[in-house]
Every structure is written in structure tokens, then in C-alpha cells.
Design a protein. Structure first.
Length: 67
């Protein structure tokens, strides 16, 4: 029974990892296609790549509506 729960947790962690990866790609695409200077775009992309979850959340909350 414990093995089945462990397998479920492993599957859930893979799905969560894939979800974070896809949302990071969406955030980076939004940065690249959005307005703003090259410097701001590079900073957002670095933040998203170095801190995938926190950078993505910060971009969707603060960066998406700015030019």
C-alpha cells in the first residue's frame, strides 16, 4: 500500500514539474513578445530561469502588465 502511495507522489511531482516548466516557457514567451527594453527583458528572463517558480509568479503578478 505504501508503494502505491509513493508511486502516486512521484507521478504528482512529475506533473508538477512539467506544469512549472510549461508556465515558465509561457512567461518567457510573454517577456520576449512584450514591450520594454532589451535590458528589462533580459532581467525578467534571468529571474525566471534562475528562480523558476518565484520568477514566474513575479512576472505574472508584476511584469505582465508593464511595458
Amino acid at each position: 500500500m505504501e508503494n502505491l502511495m509513493l508511486i502516486g507522489l512521484i507521478d504528482l511531482s512529475y506533473l508538477l514539474g512539467i506544469l512549472i516548466f510549461v508556465l515558465d516557457i509561457v512567461a518567457i514567451a510573454g517577456v520576449v513578445m512584450g514591450g520594454g527594453s532589451i535590458g528589462h527583458k533580459l532581467l525578467w528572463i534571468l529571474l525566471i530561469l534562475l528562480l523558476p517558480v518565484i520568477g514566474m509568479i513575479l512576472y505574472f503578478v508584476f511584469g505582465k502588465n508593464r511595458g
